[in-house]
Design a protein around this ligand. Structure first.
Ligand code: GLC
Length: 731
């Protein structure tokens, strides 16, 4: 009897275990697409719709019944934003979320070093992973069209090729840590003024040649798993549900298989959100970001209204299934992936990476009579003047603002490096607090600040003025544009006073944007030091002291005056628009494409940056003078470090088509190479340029076309410092 009982029990256990066999979607050995289909087949309509919209400020639902985790997103491109309250923008005062602040992406672009971009992505990806985020809401790649855009500091500059080259490794780095990157803001979000609705009108050529390339590279080369729709409109449709951008271009042409996430509060219609390619609606208030809405998450456009439309047969369930497949895919690629790394937070390695990027991104703009480097011991008294020597520059700026584990300030580290008996500091000028949405002014008396600084400068051997912009509203900050190219807070007046007190006054600018420099001829040295995050002080001190030889190059042009800028040359309709419509009248001539085609001399050109050493270029040669559209041109030249200091030079290769059937920019960047050379060392550099990169977008044919005929390849140390040219004929 006992035996029979045992036999039955054994049989029953087999039956039970057979029933509890791991379902396919939970089986990490199964291909993701099989897991997606299996999970989808087990979900109810309600569960499917619940995946398509926010459940809190930065999260959306999973499927608790099936053990499918929620999606947790977080800002931003430069570091992991602090935890906020469930349904608020305000920080929740956690004590375990102070992060490493990496340099702003303008600084990363200025390194012209894709290897550093991979390191950046891996490091910030590790921090996002450790904080258990599914999606990092970055990088941003909107093109620098006007110096007034409040968010230029978050992006990769004015050139689509540089932006494309630098965004791909960043994405690969983040995603190698099992966190989805979310490239943003797709697309044409090139200003903050009226960002929520301004309707951008732009030609197909400018769209495809200037504004889309970095996104296309992010999708096709970076294999990005998420993309964020932008607030503005393109040709009459909001970009968070824009048929041309999301269905035709992104999903059909580029074969994007990831998730389209709306910007927060960027959705305005259930019908369009359902049909025009949006997958996940985020935000807090359906009626926009600025006022406490009355709509609960269940009333979001892709919530109950969507569910109702499905049940009434108004919307095809296939549209719902496509959204859910994409959201399930991002979950299986991250939180439910088989080999997800474990992440790391505020590690010494991340500080090392942050400092290296900052050191390689800092740009030496002027250096008369070897003002820099200043080795320790060279001077007895160094005056450091300016608010940006001490002010925190990781806070403010909008959604990329960070609560950091530490932030080494320039004054702190310069004092450590030169010795406190050799450093004397004065504030010089003061701005107000960084308050989102409004401009605060300082209550300090500007004249007395200047007088104090004057006295300090007068008695010093040299003066280091450390100013620039900051992350206050109407400066380098989301939600508003700058109103002028000028330095704010009375800095020009202060610099004039400092120069009267001491002609050995260098200007160091922390900013993510170009500024006017009325004092430029009277200042012996100028450094563009960006927003460089937690390691700011260490990187700047290492460059100024000569421990590091600067090698940064400008990722955008500095105009002499605002009117010289392309977007500023066509009146209000071209920028900022008439509050309803805006027309990108400069078309493809953005940045140096404008300056070099219209022969307007910039203050400092795209791709420009000095070094403590000098570099000599031999004449470039090509491996063939005739090729086809499918060919690749090999350009070679010898680069020599002709100075006494080891250093790095970024050689740039621009393409020009003298006799073209269509309007073309005088030159376009199509390749670059950063070369590290010891003092006196020479290296033969080979740069491959695919001929199909010479193509222009033919609007009539709706496709790219390489014109036959001759092209000039220009080898330069900047867009305006051309060292040599070679001709190539395309059959
Ligand atoms: C903001 C920004 C976007 C950010 C998001 C969440 O409005 O436009 O870049 O990721 O909302 O903070």
């Amino acid at each position: 009897m006992k035996f029979v009982f045992l036999a039955i029990a054994f049989g029953a256990s087999l039956l039970v275990s057979a029933q509890q066999k791991t379902p396919v979607y939970l089986d990490v050995t199964k291909p993701i697409e099989e897991r997606v289909e299996n999970a989808l087949s087990q979900m109810t309509i309600e569960e499917k719709v619940s995946l398509c919209h926010a459940q809190s400020k930065f999260s959306s639902k999973g499927v608790p019944r099936l053990g499918i985790p929620e999606v947790w997103t977080d800002d931003g491109p430069h570091g992991i934003r602090e935890e906020v309250f469930w349904d608020e923008w305000d920080g929740a005062h956690w004590t375990n979320d102070s992060c490493t602040a990496f340099p702003a992406l303008t600084c990363l672009a200025a390194t012209f070093n894709p290897e550093l971009s991979l390191l950046y992505g891996k490091s910030i990806g590790e921090e996002a992973r450790y904080r258990n985020k599914t999606v990092l809401l970055g990088p941003g790649v909107n093109i620098y069209r006007t110096p007034l855009n409040g968010r230029n500091f978050e992006y990769l500059g004015e050139d689509p090729f540089l932006s494309s080259q630098m965004v791909v490794p960043y994405i690969q780095g983040v995603q190698s840590m099992g966190v989805a990157a979310c490239v943003k803001h797709f697309a044409l979000n090139n200003q903050e003024e009226w960002r929520g609705h301004i309707n951008v009108n732009v030609s197909d050529r400018a769209l495809y040649e200037i504004y889309l390339p970095a996104f296309k590279a992010a999708v096709q080369e970076g294999k990005v798993w998420a993309i964020m729709g932008s607030y503005n409109q393109l040709r009459g449709e909001h970009c968070c549900h824009n048929d041309l951008l999301l269905n035709k271009i992104l999903k059909n042409e580029w074969k994007f298989d990831g998730v389209v996430i709306s910007d927060w509060g960027g959705v305005h219609s259930t019908d369009q959100a359902v049909k025009n390619g949006l997958d996940l609606e985020m935000g807090t208030y359906t009626n926009g970001l600025t006022s406490k809405g009355t709509f609960p998450y269940s009333e979001y456009y892709l919530a109950n209204p969507f569910l109702k439309g499905i049940k009434e047969g108004k919307y095809d369930v296939a549209l719902l299934n496509d959204k859910v497949r994409r959201i399930l895919r991002i979950i299986f690629r991250t939180t439910m992936s088989s080999n997800r790394p474990f992440g790391r937070f505020v590690s010494p390695e991340h500080s090392e990476v942050a400092r290296k990027i900052a050191e390689e991104g800092i740009v030496l703009l002027k250096n008369d009579k070897q003002f820099f480097p200043i080795p320790a011991g060279k001077y007895n008294k160094i005056a450091v003047i300016g608010e940006n020597a001490t002010r925190s520059l990781v806070i403010g700026g909008g959604s990329s603002s960070l609560k950091v584990a530490y932030e080494a300030s320039p004054l702190q580290i310069l004092t450590a490096k030169y010795g406190k008996e050799h450093i004397v500091y004065s504030l010089g000028y003061a701005s107000g607090a960084a308050v989102y949405g409004r401009e605060e002014n300082s209550k300090l008396n500007a004249d007395s600040l200047i007088n104090k600084a004057f006295d300090i400068a007068k008695n010093a051997d040299v003066v280091l003025f450390i100013g620039g912009l900051n992350k206050n509203h109407f400066q380098d900050c989301e939600g508003g544009d700058r109103h002028s190219l000028d330095l704010p807070f009375g800095q020009d007046k202060l610099i004039d006073a400092l120069l009267k007190a001491n002609k050995n006054t260098a200007v160091i600018l922390a900013s993510g944007n170009a500024v006017a420099m009325p004092w430029i001829d009277r200042v012996p040295a100028i450094v563009q030091s960006w927003y460089t995050g937690s390691e700011a002080g260490n990187a700047l001190a290492n460059v100024l002291s000569g421990e590091v030889n600067p090698s940064g190059k400008l990722p955008f042009s500095f105009p002499k005056k605002l009117e010289d800028n392309a977007a500023a040359s066509f009146g209000k309709l071209a920028y900022p628009g008439d509050s309803i419509n805006e027309y990108y009248k400069e078309d493809i001539l953005v940045g140096y494409r404008w300056f070099d085609t219209k022969n307007i001399a910039p203050l400092f050109p795209f791709g420009y940056g000095l070094s403590y050493t000098t570099f000599a270029y031999s004449k470039p040669t090509v491996d063939m003078t005739e090729t086809t559209a499918e060919g690749t041109v090999k350009v070679s030249f010898t680069l020599t470090n002709s100075g006494k200091t080891d250093g790095a030079e970024t050689a740039q290769l621009y393409v020009s088509k003298p006799k073209s059937a269509v309007t073309r920019a005088a030159k376009e960047l199509k390749a670059f190479r950063k070369v590290f050379l010891k003092a006196g060392e020479s290296q033969t550099v080979m740069i491959d340029v695919p001929v199909n990169s010479f193509a222009y977008y033919n609007e009539g044919k709706h496709g790219w076309e390489v014109e036959p005929g001759s092209y000039t390849l220009l080898l330069g140390s900047s867009s305006r410092d051309i060292k040599g040219k070679v001709e190539v004929k395309v059959k």
